[in-house]
Design a protein around this ligand. Structure first.
Ligand SMILES: [Zn+2]
Length: 240
């Protein structure tokens, strides 16, 4: 019995104390997001764990098992398991990113995430935990080298990077504006692009609907609208 099977067998019994343990097949799978799946079919439980978790400590795999069983049985996830899981993801984001970039061979130059007023990594972690259930692997995060006037932020899919306009690293910027911009770029990571009539569409209807769920959406949009009306913005920012 592998370590993983032992962990999942024990977790199964926690959820079904009087049942006999069925066959549980566990595979590591190279999902692009931090996804893990469970299916129950023909008396076999099939589990796929993200390959990035291959050498995770046993208590973390145990947390994954409880999260997956709670999904399978449509039951609330035990808070303790969820918390252990989130802490592991946040503590390993640099390692995950390095592994994914080694796989894709497109590591960008590192740009510091910590600015004078805001730390983009802290903002990313917070939003990933609360709005993406820690599913996103942290991309390279950084402030633009120059305070460009046409973009507030962008997601560079090939380089796996989110770049935020350096001008916003200021005491005048409300925290919710940066959180909104980060959330917007993270939605690009989640949704990718659709091809429609031969054109690449990134702000799809689904994207826009989900974007509006952000709590400070209206206030952030309004702040950005007023800020970019200033003449130093030679033209309205295209995408952010
Ligand atoms: Zn966008």
């Amino acid at each position: 019995m592998t370590r993983e099977t032992g962990i999942f067998n024990r977790a199964f019994l926690d959820w079904n104390p009087s049942a006999s343990v069925p066959r549980i097949e566990i595979r590591y799978y190279p999902y692009a997001t931090l996804t893990h799946t469970i299916r129950y079919r023909k008396s076999i439980i099939k589990v796929r764990i993200n390959l990035l978790f291959k050498n995770a400590p046993s208590d973390v795999l145990e947390a994954v098992a409880h999260i997956l069983f709670s999904k399978l049985y449509q039951h609330r996830t035990p808070a303790e398991a969820l918390d252990r899981y989130h802490r592991f993801v946040e503590g390993n984001q640099h390692r995950f990113r390095a592994l994914l970039q080694a796989r894709s061979n497109k590591a960008p130059a590192l740009i510091p995430a910590k600015g004078h007023h805001f730390n983009l990594q802290q903002i990313f972690d917070r939003i990933n935990r609360h709005l993406f259930r820690s599913r996103l692997v942290m991309p390279s995060l950084g402030w633009s080298r120059r305070a460009v006037q046409t973009k507030l932020g962008e997601y560079q899919a090939l380089r796996q990077a989110i770049v935020i306009n350096r001008r916003l690293d200021s005491a005048d910027t409300p925290g919710y504006v940066l959180e909104y911009l980060m959330f917007h770029e993270m939605l690009h990571m989640k949704h990718g692009a659709e091809i429609r009539n031969g054109r690449r569409v990134v702000h799809t209807k689904k994207f826009r609907i989900e974007e509006r769920k952000f709590e400070g959406y209206a206030a952030a949009k309004e702040w950005i609208r007023r800020m970019t009306r200033h003449p130093e913005w030679s033209r309205p920012p295209r995408d952010f």
